[in-house]
Ligand binder design. Structure first.
Ligand code: FRU
Length: 477
């Protein structure tokens, strides 16, 4: 099965120019969650949920790419295919660590028993290129958990090592519709014991918590998870399936996470199932699937579907996670075009400000009271608009005219956290995506744009005159 997938890729690999330039995309076919984001022998590895044969979800394989700088990625052979009795329905999401000089993957094996689907955790051990599934899989069976813990919805183990012991969190369903995150530990990553529940839904926050991650950031314990079918609260928690984080208390038990402190990790239309890893230099980096389960905005005829966000560095400030694009992107920024104190009144296009693979920052010199919009991926047929309403402090994303094939949700409003100033907007655009880092990463919004790349104009429009500073670079890999 693995050889079949690799052969299929060899014969059907898509031209690089048809894909994203510097965001991870599949070589062909379908991609969802990031998996096994880890550093092994000095290089960062990223695996992902992968079905090479169609641009739709199917029996899950693990695709694999590697990078030295988190910006330029190189494809590796497929790491795993669903070819064992304990994972024949799919090799679902999981994680990786370097252990005893080996690269150890911990993933969910999905199988069927007596007509019922079950999910258990399994390992595969490799050398950064090829991986062998462990002979005694599964290593964590649902049966080691207390009774009312579901045996079917039990997946997405995220593993780490601390003080010589391995730990892992996994998503699980408790009784009918109550998502929870459960903790396990092990001396050797092969024999695991159940520890406790780290987080259990209070009823409003989704019926299953997918892809949990536990990390320590700037001295705080943090839990990240992706609740399915989450209840939206005004401008927060849209997309149906969301990704949130909760910062815990360093003085207390690690299971002391309060739902009232939950926050969105991203405010755009496309973001799910993030995973983090720690780099040797201590930076904590997050990457996520830049798509939502409900939105399908891929263009017909495109031979790949699904992509990752840019890896982002995380930091806690003022009780919140701030995100910034990895600093390695700097070395790929070329040809600066800079406008200082540029007056904008009505619609304006500026010489040199255009492109689809760019890094652009727009800063206002003063507060504004009117509406200011930035149209990107724009021409006479297409546009994607970011409009800031200075009175309401809302930033609206609108991709209604970006060239979508299906009638899906195309707008999102973001309440800007800092209401004292007009926001600084840092756009990172690849061929088919826009990520906006608002106020140096206090909030971020990620959105797929299916527009043909020829639409590369950028337009600024202000209903009342205002003054901005603009910096724009091309990104070239
Ligand atoms: C999240 C998810 C995971 C699962 C995987 C299957 O997007 O549903 O919970 O492991 O996708 O592809």
């Amino acid at each position: 099965m693995l050889e079949k997938a690799n052969e299929y890729i060899r014969q059907n690999r898509i031209d690089e120019k048809e894909k994203q330039m510097f965001h991870v995309t599949p070589e062909v076919g379908w991609m969802n969650d990031p998996n096994g984001f880890s550093v092994y022998q000095g290089k960062a590895h990223l695996f992902y949920q992968f079905y090479p044969y169609k641009t739709e979800w199917g029996p899950m394989h693990w695709g694999h790419q590697v990078t030295e700088d988190l910006v330029k990625w190189e494809a590796c052979p497929v790491a795993m295919a669903p070819d064992q009795d304990y994972d024949h329905i799919g090799c679902f999401s999981g994680s990786a660590v370097e252990a005893d000089g080996k690269h150890v993957l911990l993933y969910t094996g999905v199988s069927q028993k007596d007509g019922k689907e079950i999910q258990n955790q399994c390992i595969a051990i490799g050398d950064g290129k090829t991986y062998e599934k462990w002979q005694d899989n599964p290593v964590i069976r649902g049966d080691i958990m207390p009774e009312k813990f579901d045996r079917k919805d039990f997946r997405d183990p995220k593993m780490w090592k601390k003080d010589g012991r391995y730990y892992c969190v996994a998503g699980n369903r408790y009784e009918e519709n109550c998502g929870q995150v459960v903790l396990f530990s092990s001396a050797d990553y092969k024999n695991w014991q159940y520890e406790k529940v780290l987080l259990r839904n209070d009823g409003k926050n989704g019926d299953m918590l997918e892809c949990p991650d536990y990390l320590e950031l700037n001295g705080y314990p943090v839990i990240i998870c992706s609740p399915q079918n989450m209840h939206a609260e005004k401008y927060e928690f849209h997309n149906g399936h969301n990704s949130i984080y909760i910062i815990g208390n360093p003085e207390k038990e690690i299971s002391d996470f309060a739902w009232e402190k939950k926050r969105s990790l991203d405010y755009g239309l496309d973001f799910y199932a993030p995973q983090t890893t720690e780099l040797p230099d201590g930076r904590r980096i997050m990457i996520a699937w830049m798509k939502s389960w409900d939105a399908r905005v891929m263009t017909k005829g495109q031979k790949w579907h699904g992509m990752m966000t840019l890896p982002r560095e995380l930091e806690i400030k003022d009780g919140k996670i701030w995100q910034s694009p990895v600093k390695e992107l700097e070395k790929y920024k070329k040809n600066p075009v800079i406008y200082k104190e540029q007056k904008i009144s009505g619609p304006v296009s500026l010489e040199g400000i255009h492109g689809r693979t760019i890094d652009m920052t727009v800063e206002f010199t003063d507060e504004i009271t009117g509406e200011f919009s930035i149209d990107v991926a724009h021409n006479e047929m297409y546009t994607t608009t970011f409009t800031y309403d200075g009175e309401k402090h809302l930033l609206e994303i609108d991709r209604t005219y970006s060239g979508v094939d299906a009638d899906v949700v195309c707008t999102r409003k973001i309440e800007i956290a800092d209401k004292n100033n007009a926001p600084k907007l840092h756009f990172i655009m690849d061929r088919y995506s826009v990520e906006v880092f608002i106020n140096d990463g206090e909030q971020v919004a990620s959105t797929v744009v299916p527009t043909p790349v020829e639409a590369d104009q950028i337009l600024f429009t202000s209903d009342k005159e205002c003054v901005v500073n603009i910096q724009k670079y091309e990104i070239e890999i």
